[in-house]
Design a protein around this ligand. Structure first.
Ligand code: AGP
Length: 609
């Protein structure tokens, strides 16, 4: 949560910072602020509201300087307000701090600092850092920060500018992401790579426990004992265009449309066309280790958790390995029983979700092998795992996850085939068939996207409903959950996803003529059962919107609306079936006047517990 962007160089800092913050707004958008240093003097502007408000304030009362840091906030400690927005300052007004994370012992620190005479202007946890630095300052700001961080407990990405060091930005990281980007005679700091891609693809990601000093031409990195650390710059291969809307009204819509190419990128290089061998460069598991694994535990949050549910079905089906799915936050505190034959698979788009990261740590402590399926290269979870498979979906900016989900499903599918082969349950011929199905999928996704107009028409019909039920069986059930989550997130309509058979055990009481029921009527052995569930809904007056691949008479008769998707295998149908549900959520949200890319109360990366 919260986004940090900073600039140091020869140009005016504010335009860079505002543009960077706009790209980071998905991380939080309840208040924003900037601090710059001009001729050695510190200037701070901050306000309640989005970056646009900040931009307006700055156009009324500009501040200059070639060094600056900015922040977009998602409130955790202290309600959204002008005093609680970042940057926070010390008593002298010479130090400005922006922070992403939570200082857990801030109350205790605040009491101690107040007893020493420090005056606090906000109710945030962050402000203690500014006062701690002030307290510890003895002619070297970096030293003062290192000393302060030994007193603070919690998670942070921090960027500090000060009149004490008018030519540098001091930064630190523990648990929350922070990246330094290097241009010609200028440098940037950012909470994610995408926000600085326009300026540079040469980066260094800070590791936990690192602190650094950035000047326009130099960057020095240390641990908290101030021992210098050498770290090579990495080159990021993302295309800068992928972080722009490229003519789409919203990132969410753009990312829905990117799914065919995203899946192509996911597959590329992983399957050798001639022999259909699956290989993942960074998986870090030998064939022998794969064969030893006798249990899979998936752990994730939100949409990634839904991908894990599909993973559970696929691993049991293809590899016959018992699999289960755990909410990361529950798993990490539940004293899970796992051992060195358990493979824990963490699924995460951002690679920074605090609960998933905690689950990875817990699994490692318990002796499990941990791999992650991750979109952001070099993210915390990717680095903390023993092995990683990147989804290669490109930056996902829309808060509602779309292409990250479908690419996660493609990876889970390939992993399940790989494990199935190693465990002797899938032979060469079967593997070739399954892989060919996946190779054909991007083309089928392109066809699926052609339902857009049809979905928009249905959205017009449904957008005033205040509730919706999503039903599915088998692999359609996680898609029902995902469809409901998408609708809740972007349109604020109450929606529930259910295994269709469970409907009669309670939710059926909700059905009346006003209740839209979206049914995943996917081809396969459960199809007839689903038709039965549709009957049950219709008998109670509900409105049925079916997602189906077969134009067969029974469904044509029973459903009020049908959205057809192309035929594919039962195991890949979730990837196609979710697309109309993403579009439905998008168009209902638009018609309800909701802010699709920045839904209220949400942030893209949930880096707090
Ligand atoms: C998805 O639409 C959500 N915004 C959210 O549920 C998300 O999937 C969840 O926070 C997990 O994020 P991660 O994949 O980055 O770990």
């Amino acid at each position: 949560m919260c986004g940090i962007f900073g600039y140091i160089g020869e140009k005016e800092a504010i335009p860079f910072i505002l543009e960077g913050l706009k790209k980071l707004e998905y991380r939080g958008y309840d208040s924003a602020g900037v601090a710059t240093l001009e001729k050695g003097q510190l200037f701070v502007t901050k306000c309640l509201g989005k970056i646009q408000q900040l931009e307006e304030e700055l156009s009324q009362k500009p501040i200059g300087g070639q060094i600056g840091v900015g922040h977009t906030r998602w409130a955790t400690h202290g309600k959204p307000s002008q005093p609680n927005s970042h940057p926070h300052q010390d008593c002298t007004g010479k130090i400005a701090v922006v922070h992403n994370g939570i200082i857990e012992n801030y109350l205790e620190l605040r009491r101690e600092l107040a007893n020493k005479g420090h005056h606090f202007s906000s109710t945030t946890d962050t402000e203690v850092i500014a006062h701690l630095i002030e307290e510890n300052y003895d002619g070297d700001l970096l030293q003062a920060l290192a000393k302060s961080l030994k007193q603070a407990r919690g998670a942070y990405a921090l960027a500090i500018i000060s009149e004490h060091t008018p030519n540098s930005i001091i930064i630190a990281r523990q648990g929350s992401p922070l990246i330094v980007g290097f241009g010609a005679e200028e440098s940037f700091i950012s909470s994610d790579i995408a926000a600085m891609l326009k300026y540079t693809n040469k980066i260094i990601q800070l590791e936990n426990g690192q602190i650094g000093r950035l000047t326009p031409k130099t960057f020095k990195l240390f641990d908290l004992e101030l021992t210098p650390i050498k770290k090579r710059k990495e080159l990021v291969s993302w295309d800068p265009q992928s972080a722009e809307k490229s003519g789409f009204a919203h990132f969410m819509l753009k990312e829905i449309h990117e799914q065919p190419s995203a899946i192509r990128n996911t597959i590329e290089g992983r399957i050798k066309a001639q022999d259909h061998i699956i290989h993942f460069d960074e998986l870090n598991l030998t064939d022998k280790e794969i064969c030893r694994i006798n249990r899979i535990v998936f752990t994730a949050c939100g949409t990634s958790w839904h991908a894990a549910l599909i993973g559970e079905y696929l691993f049991e089906q293809f590899a016959k390995i018992p699999a289960e799915v755990e909410y990361a936050a529950e798993f990490r505190y539940r004293e899970p029983i796992i051992d060195d034959k358990t493979l824990v698979i963490a699924i995460t788009q951002s690679g920074e979700t605090a609960d998933t990261l905690g689950a990875v740590w817990e699994a490692k402590v318990q002796g499990a092998k941990v791999i992650s399926i991750c979109n952001v290269v070099g993210s915390s979870i990717a680095r903390e795992s023993h092995g990683v498979v990147y989804t290669n979906a490109g930056p996902e900016i829309g808060v509602a996850s779309t292409k990250a989900f479908t690419t996660q499903l493609a990876i889970v599918y390939l992993l399940a085939i790989l494990f199935g082969k190693r465990h002797g349950f899938i032979n060469e011929q079967q593997s070739i068939g399954l892989i060919n199905d996946l190779i054909e999928l991007p083309g089928k996704l392109e066809q699926t996207l052609q339902v857009e107009k049809e979905v928009e028409r249905i959205a017009e019909k449904l957008h005033k409903a205040n509730n919706a039920l999503y039903l599915g069986r088998g692999k359609g059930f996680p898609i029902a959950l995902e469809g409901a989550l998408k609708l809740k997130e972007v349109s604020y309509v109450h929606a529930e996803g259910y295994p269709a058979a469970e409907m009669k055990h309670g939710p059926i009481a909700l059905i009346d003529h006003k209740m839209p029921v979206i049914v995943l009527a996917l081809a396969g052995r459960r199809y007839e059962k689903i038709l039965g569930n549709i009957e049950e809904v219709k008998a109670r007056g509900g409105i049925v919107i079916a997602i189906a691949s077969d134009k067969e008479p029974a469904i044509m008769e029973k459903a009020d609306e049908i959205i057809f998707i192309p035929k594919t295998s039962e195991s890949l149908s979730p990837i196609l079936a979710v697309v109309p549900l993403q579009l439905l959520a998008y168009y209902i949200a638009l018609k309800r006047g909701c802010h699709v890319d920045q839904p209220r109360n949400l942030a893209k990366s949930v880096t707090v517990e």
